[in-house]
Design a binder for this molecule. Structure first.
Ligand SMILES: NC(=O)c1ccc[n+]([C@@H]2O[C@H](COP(=O)([O-])OP(=O)(O)OC[C@H]3O[C@@H](n4cnc5c(N)ncnc54)[C@H](O)[C@@H]3O)[C@@H](O)[C@H]2O)c1
Length: 464
């Protein structure tokens, strides 16, 4: 039987949960503290760029099964299932900041008026769902009114979130009550019908599955990035290394994508929170700590590569140049989002690159198909361009920082005519290096030690 559901927090995860659960036939009310976001959603517009989401949003608003409000109390009172989907950002010490979650738990305690299933979808440290259970039980909620707490971590990928919500590899549900389990089976009936595997487990197990999964994927990326760096030094091609590794069924080709280091709203904060959890329990997670450090170094390495390219070009042509090769140069950065098909810039490698360029005294021109508005809130002082070619015009060097499809087919002959110097750092290996070299570009990518790149000898000397 379809359920009445409140989704508390309507960012990336909450919006997908609200539209997805309504699409499954449930009646959903999405709640957020941000009035502007709620107005936008009720008008059928998505406040975030996520392919396909607006179509689902409109369809379910039109069906009458979905609405949005800022009145969390009323939404809680009228719903049987409450999904918590607020952000759990990273604190300075690496721990997850549970302030928003605590606020929501407080609102639930004050408004619980009948049996509820409280489902945590936010990524929360192990023990948090137990804490929610105890906190609501201890609060002054109406005696005799029962509730259950369920952990249902989210695994969606931004940029492919609708696909992932409707066709997840698995659905993990930490649930210790048969009454709540029956309700969760109803909520997710549509997924059961298409044979999505369900993992039913305890609360702590579900919480740890989420962190362990993200930490493993982050580690896989850091691993292949270090192999890419080694490939540069020894004259190997990381494309072929990763491809052949991925053919081994035990390894799989997924997440063997080398580049400028991982970013996004999840991997950096979830690895940090997992390490903190390990420290708390005196179980050091050395592999995850090393993956985090390697990722940090990988981001720095991109700037080092650019410095080497620029200083090489200017040494060749101008015998005297400033000791900081980027000072006074104009650099075009193509791609600001942490990956393609999203406007999310949280922990994006482009943030580090632009910050480093500004510190070095470079002028920065940027382009991104979707993320410029978000980026401009952090860096209002740089130049935002309508097309990649506007950004490249007059630039001394270009950095390709996000793997947007439109950059894959960048018109290199045109770029070579409009740039002030022909220098490209391709942090996602999107371009054809042979074409770039033939056009006279000084080109460097990641992990391509064997492409006859004049810079590969030099860049292999970067050590941290
Ligand atoms: N973004 C992802 O790809 C992703 C994937 C899997 C899991 N997660 C996890 O899901 C959680 C949410 O992530 P997100 O990226 O959607 O976060 P987000 O920051 O995009 O959205 C959080 C939303 O909660 C709202 N909010 C804050 N306090 C509130 C309150 N008291 N009541 C109602 N709304 C409130 C905010 O206004 C915001 O709209 C996090 O724990 C994250 O780690 C995220």
């Amino acid at each position: 039987m379809a359920k009445n559901i409140a989704v508390l927090g309507n960012g990336y995860v909450g919006l997908l949960a609200a539209v997805g659960l309504a699409d499954f036939g449930n009646t959903c009310v999405g709640v957020d503290v941000n009035q502007q976001k709620i107005d936008t959603l009720n008008a059928g517009k998505s406040p975030i760029y996520e392919p396909g989401v607006e179509e689902y949003l409109r369809r379910n608003l039109d069906s009458g099964r979905l609405r949005f409000t800022t009145d969390g109390g009323a939404a809680i009172r009228s719903s049987q299932v409450l999904f918590i989907t607020v952000g759990t950002p990273q604190q300075e010490d690496g721990n997850a900041d549970l302030t928003y979650l605590e606020q929501v738990v407080n609102t639930i305690s004050q408004n619980i008026n009948s049996y509820k299933v409280i489902v945590t979808k936010s990524t929360v440290p192990v023990g948090t769902n137990r804490w929610i259970q105890e906190t609501i039980a201890k609060s002054g909620h109406i005696p005799g009114v029962d509730f259950d707490v369920v952990s249902n971590p989210e695994f969606l990928r931004e940029g492919r979130a609708t696909q992932d919500f409707f066709h997840p590899d698995r659905t993990v549900i930490g649930c210790e009550s048969s009454r709540a389990r029956t309700i969760m089976e109803d909520v997710y009936r549509a997924l059961n019908l298409i044979s999505v595997p369900f993992v039913w487990c305890g609360l702590e197990t579900a919480e740890l599955i989420k962190y362990a999964s993200n930490a493993f994927l982050a580690t896989k990326i850091s691993f292949i990035n270090e192999v890419a760096n080694l490939a540069e030094a020894v004259g190997a091609d990381v494309h072929q290394v990763a491809r052949a590794m991925g053919m081994d069924g035990r390894i799989s080709p997924k997440f063997l994508h080398f580049g400028p280091g991982y970013g996004g709203s999840c991997f950096p904060k979830d690895t940090a929170a997992l390490v903190q959890l390990g420290n708390k329990h005196r179980i050091p997670l050395r592999v995850v700590s090393s993956a985090m450090e390697a990722n940090h170094k990988q981001k720095e390495r991109m700037l080092d590569k650019l410095e080497i390219l620029v200083s090489r070009a200017f040494t060749l042509h101008t015998p005297t140049y400033s000791c900081n090769p980027l000072e006074g140069k104009t650099i075009a950065v193509l791609g600001l989002a942490f990956k393609q098909e999203t406007d999310d810039i949280r922990e994006s490698p482009a943030l580090e690159i632009v910050k480093g360029l500004l510190v070095s005294g470079a002028a920065v021109k940027v382009h991104d198909p979707k993320a410029m508005e978000n980026f401009s809130r952090i860096f209002p002082q740089i130049t935002y361009c309508a097309t990649p070619y506007d950004a490249l015009e007059g630039a001394h060097a270009a950095v390709l920082a996000t793997e947007w499809n439109e950059y894959r087919s960048l018109d290199l002959p045109r770029a070579s005519q409009i740039m002030s110097r022909k220098i490209i750092l391709d942090t996602r290996n999107m371009l054809n290096p042979t074409e770039a070299l033939e056009l006279g570009f000084l080109y460097d990518g990641v992990g391509r030690g064997s492409v006859g790149n004049p810079i590969s000898q030099t860049s292999s000397a970067i050590h941290h």
